[in-house]
Design a protein around this ligand. Structure first.
Ligand code: MG
Length: 174
């Protein structure tokens, strides 16, 4: 179903290079936290994410953290990166994404949602007309609800294709 389909997939967030973002005309990224920037619930980012955020920001792309998790989890994480955030965003409802768009002052067509879950991150992006990238889940999911959603994702993920920019294909690091 189109409403669950991302613009493309990548293995991890660090594959979104400044060059690729420029080719895609992306000027703002809506970033999920758990299993996108760090293991679930951890304040320690995945390897390379800190340097990635610095290089993307330096290239002129705005980053805003939008998470369904609570403020006490999201605020200190975003502060490490000096990034604005929206916590308890209630994804897939579009409110958090639209708030981030307003905070950045970026047109919707130049926004890109990045996350690891189809039924929250990607569905929400499609509901508010933003492009999206679905990442591989890199750490175990502690909640039974998420594990159940992962089993459903298993039917959909094989139908999605890797994110590309024109002739360039982003090669998997998997
Ligand atoms: Mg997540």
């Amino acid at each position: 179903m189109a409403v669950f389909k991302p613009t493309g997939t990548l293995h991890c967030v660090t594959e979104l290079t400044p060059e690729l973002l420029k080719a895609l005309n992306v000027h703002m990224i809506v970033l999920d936290v758990d299993n996108t920037m760090s293991p679930h619930g951890s304040q320690t980012p995945f390897p390379g994410v800190r340097a990635w955020a610095q290089s993307v920001t330096a290239s002129g792309v705005k980053l805003i953290v939008v998470s369904n998790n609570y403020k006490k989890r999201v605020a200190p994480f975003a502060a490490q990166f000096n990034l604005p955030f929206v916590s308890f965003a209630c994804k897939p409802f579009p409110l958090g994404y639209l708030r981030a768009k307003k905070m950045a002052g970026t047109p919707r067509r130049e926004c890109l949602v990045v996350g690891d879950q189809i039924f929250t991150d990607i569905l929400g992006a499609n509901l508010c007309g933003m492009r999206s990238v679905l990442l591989d889940p890199l750490s175990p999911d502690p909640s039974a609800t998420v594990r159940f959603k992962r089993s459903l994702e298993g039917f959909l993920r094989p139908h999605y294709t890797r994110l590309t920019a024109g002739e360039e294909t982003v090669k998997s690091k998997a």
